[in-house]
Design a protein around this ligand. Structure first.
Ligand code: NZQ
Ligand code: ZN
Length: 385
């Protein structure tokens, strides 16, 4: 196992009716901005509940944060934060609203051009406002991590940043708030969490037994409960377990002390930036082909994945690995998510456009061995056509 430091300051309140806890979590004299997305938080009544819990505090609402939140919209929030002397942010929504809030928290305190927060991968952030979250879509883990992904529309750039200063102070995880999710978003969440786990697990062995067994358990829960969540949309226990799996998938726990491979995400981000494909769907396109193209480097962990996650014991090593990748792809398809570029009406020319984006953004040495260069990305995307 590699050396590691582990730190996670986010307080979690999990379960039914936990929105009420906001009253004790937000300072009583805070000037609060509540940030949300398009219309779901209003329609579902979650926003009303949040406002009620905030009581007599000064509250201003900022709505309209898009899926794949944009720098352009978020900078309007930053302006209002400064104008109205807001000192606490509260995100109500999915990963996009939470990521957007992280950016606002950092940008409002940033001296200079806030886009540098993204181009420096978060390295230039030295201060950030405090904030909490009310999660309505289990998927990204953003509710308990210090990462954020922001799109600058004018540049067609979708870039991530990380900084310990943007951990949420608290996150409210009430599974009942996810009952209103459309199937498409529910499926997206399951696949996104699945890929977060594989990107911290399917690399090379470093004898990290805790992280491996933990990752394998989380993957098995997703394989079991994903389809059940679609079939039994009002089942609380299924929602609760999915919510906690998605949080654990990317809150640092399984990623400590092991190599990471975020290539699927980085290639996927370019597909979203160019074609506006849902985040999780881009991952479902890239991951199976990426695993096939890197199966020599990932040989041992892929065999372990086949054995422990998919219980595949028959056949040659190559056959077992291919069966595990095929099962993974079939699982995504069973969740209603296409795994080929053609499913999104994309082809050969689009592969070249994605490669150009990767080059422009310096994504030319990806993966746990930093050997996924543009040529290998071309192979991966071509295999995904
Ligand atoms: O905008 P509204 O009307 O609120 O509707 C949203 C949105 O259209 C809807 N929704 C959310 N909760 C709902 C609901 N509809 C009904 N009932 C509810 N309870 O769902 C749609 C998608 O929301 P979004 O927040 O975009 O989805 P998700 O949570 O999948 O977030 C995706 C974003 O997170 C980033 C992605 O790149 C993408 O921009 N990621 C962030 C990560 C992180 N911070 O660590 C890691 C991830 O890999 C990911 O990259
Ligand atoms: Zn993701």
């Amino acid at each position: 196992m590699f050396n590691f430091a582990y730190y996670n300051p986010t307080r979690i309140h999990f379960g039914k009716d936990t929105i009420n806890e906001i009253n004790s979590l937000v300072p009583s004299d805070a000037r609060v901005m509540v940030l949300f997305g398009g219309s779901s938080a209003k329609k579902t009544g979650t926003l009303d509940e949040v406002n009620q819990a905030l009581g007599n505090r000064f509250v201003v609402e900022f709505g309209g944060i898009e899926p794949n939140p944009t720098y352009e919209t978020l900078m309007q929030a930053v302006e209002q934060v400064r104008e109205l002397k807001i000192d606490f942010l509260l995100a109500v929504g999915g990963g996009s609203v939470i990521d957007g809030t992280k950016f606002v928290a950092a940008a409002a305190e940033f001296e200079g051009e806030p886009w540098d927060i993204l181009t420096s991968w978060g390295g230039k952030v030295t201060k950030a406002m405090p904030f909490g979250t009310v999660l309505t879509l289990p998927a990204t883990g953003s509710e308990m991590n210090c990462a954020s992904v922001v799109t600058r529309k004018s540049l067609k750039a979708k870039l991530p940043f990380r900084n310990e200063l943007v951990y949420p102070q608290f996150s409210i995880l009430d599974p009942t708030k996810t009952f209103t999710l459309p199937e498409r978003q529910l499926a997206n969440g399951v696949v996104d969490a699945f890929v977060h786990i594989t990107e911290q697990y399917l690399t090379y062995p470093v004898n990290a037994a805790v992280q491996d067994r933990f990752a394998e358990g989380l993957l098995q829960i997703l394989i079991e409960l994903g389809p059940k969540a679609l079939a039994q949309p009002q089942d609380y226990d299924i929602r609760a377990n999915l919510m906690w799996v998605a949080t654990m998938a990317l809150n640092g726990t399984i990623g400590t002390g092991v190599p990471h491979d975020w290539a699927t995400h980085m290639i996927g981000h370019e597909l979203t930036a160019l074609y506006d494909i849902d985040h999780a769907r881009t991952l479902a396109i890239v991951l199976p082909s990426l695993l096939r193209c890197t199966k020599t480097a990932k040989h041992e962990k892929l065999l372990q994945f086949a054995d422990r996650v998919w219980h595949i014991q028959a056949g040659t090593e190559d056959e077992r690995i291919e069966a595990a990748i095929a099962n993974t792809q079939a699982f995504f398809e069973a969740m209603g998510i296409g795994t080929k570029l053609a499913d999104y009406n994309l082809g050969k020319d689009d592969v070249e456009a994605v490669l150009k984006q990767l080059e422009d953004h310096g994504m030319v040495a990806l993966g746990e061995h930093e050997n996924i260069d543009l040529a290998m990305s071309r192979d991966i995307l071509t295999l995904a056509i």
